[in-house]
Design a binder for this molecule. Structure first.
Ligand SMILES: NC(=O)c1ccc[n+]([C@@H]2O[C@H](COP(=O)([O-])OP(=O)(O)OC[C@H]3O[C@@H](n4cnc5c(N)ncnc54)[C@H](O)[C@@H]3O)[C@@H](O)[C@H]2O)c1
Ligand SMILES: O=C(O)C(=O)C[C@]1(C(=O)O)C=C[C@@H](O)C=C1
Length: 361
């Protein structure tokens, strides 16, 4: 990739632009607020000059509610060879684009699983995405060239590509990002009218739990509006757990020893389940290296091959944790290594063979 256009030069757009610029990509910066693009340019993220012709990749990094219309406009103007967005929700923007009747072969929806509670270009850093998962949601229609451009972008940002179906992505981020965001806001909201004498005792615990509650509410209204069902389902499970926890605490106040025992058991259960969930949270910059197994597929150098493999893996219910591509020099073929959990490797191999792919041992 030699040239890129970043539309929306806030925290994420400018961080992407800084990473690309550091890798020698010529980046053009565009924002409906010219001050944001000027600031990003001053930080070394690229130029405010519009590109003279189509760039290799257009990256839309505006709030989710604007993503589909910005993409549609950019595609209609033909500003790039490939288009992607980085919005925190994936199903809604795709459906909106489909409803507009656009040819989506040059588009891929993506989502870097890294961010901050601060907005705007001044909060941006080139290393924001280092070691973090970056979700790609190709479909059968995605051009291989566009998928490759997206993989190149992820690699320039030193992130880890993870391929998922758009709706599966939205359900997953409801659990690991959207519901926790609301819980953080609800905890922080208890402080709004709290006594100063209590608030000044805030320590590490509440800081950890409430950091993300400082985020821009306008952005989060957009995100939650595009994923309300899965988030509501999860929050109602949390509400049921809260009810049980309140009952256990009330029992602990009882003068009856048996009741107090039941209360203690209820609280112990919540804390134990919390421990069990917490150990599953990967480390900040990716979990400790995990042993994935490679399923190696031989592909022809033809448009759409990679997108088809990813769609077939998705249909088999297998999550691709990482991808490596080896281009056979001088041959119209390449080898794609799909890194998957060891227990999924056999299933994926069988599913791909069944769909006619040639696998390498
Ligand atoms: N903040 C995070 O932690 C995070 C992480 C991953 C993905 N995302 C996604 O990245 C995208 C950008 O989020 P951000 O945190 O960088 O927000 P931000 O507020 O820092 O930046 C958004 C930028 O988009 C610009 N913008 C708004 N409407 C526009 C329009 N119509 N045309 C051109 N520019 C427009 C704004 O002026 C602003 O500069 C969102 O879709 C968000 O869901 C955010
Ligand atoms: O770490 C933070 O500050 C974030 O808010 C990052 C976070 C997340 O929930 O993990 C927030 C929203 C994005 O869509 C992706 C990442």
């Amino acid at each position: 990739m030699r040239t890129a256009l970043v539309i929306g030069t806030g925290l994420i757009g400018t961080s992407v632009a800084l990473a690309l610029a550091q890798r020698g990509v010529v980046v053009h910066l565009d924002d409906h607020d010219p001050e944001q693009a000027r600031t990003a340019a001053a930080l070394g993220a690229g130029t405010e000059e519009p590109p003279a012709g189509p760039v290799d990749l257009a990256v839309v990094a505006a709030p989710p509610a604007h993503v589909a219309s910005l993409l549609a406009d950019a595609m209609t103007r033909g500003v790039a060879r490939g288009y992607l967005d980085v919005a925190s929700v994936k199903g809604g923007p795709r459906r909106e684009l489909e409803a507009r009747g656009l040819d989506l072969s040059a588009y891929i929806g993506t989502h870097p699983m890294s961010g901050r509670e601060k907005s705007g270009p001044l909060a941006a850093t080139a290393d924001l995405f280092e070691g973090r998962p970056w979700v790609l949601t190709p479909t059968r229609d995605t051009d291989t060239e566009v998928l490759n451009l997206a993989l190149e972008l992820v690699s320039h940002c030193r992130a880890v590509p993870v391929v998922m179906d758009a709706d599966a992505h939205d359900r997953a981020v409801a659990l690991v990002s959207h519901m926790p965001h609301l819980v953080s806001s609800l905890v922080a909201a208890r402080l709004e009218h709290a006594e100063e004498s209590a608030v000044r005792l805030c320590g590490g615990g509440i800081r950890d739990v409430t950091r993300i509650a400082a985020s821009d509410p306008r952005m989060w209204i957009d995100i939650l509006s595009a994923n309300p069902g899965p988030v509501a389902d999860l929050l109602s499970d949390v509400a049921a757990d809260l009810d049980g926890t309140v009952r256990a605490l009330r029992a602990l106040q009882s003068s009856d020893e048996d009741k107090r025992g039941e209360g203690a058991a209820g609280i112990a259960d919540v804390l134990r389940r919390g421990n069990a969930g917490q150990v599953r949270v990967p480390g900040k910059h990716g979990s400790a290296p995990r042993a994935y197994e490679a399923v190696v597929v031989l592909i022809d150098d033809q448009p759409g091959q990679l997108a088809r493999i990813f769609a077939d893996a998705g249909a088999a219910g297998v999550n691709i944790e990482d991808v490596r591509i080896e281009h056979a020099t001088g041959r119209q073929a390449g080898l794609v290594q799909l890194m998957v959990e060891p227990k999924a490797a056999l299933l994926l191999s069988a599913a791909l063979r069944e769909r006619g792919w040639a696998l390498r041992q």
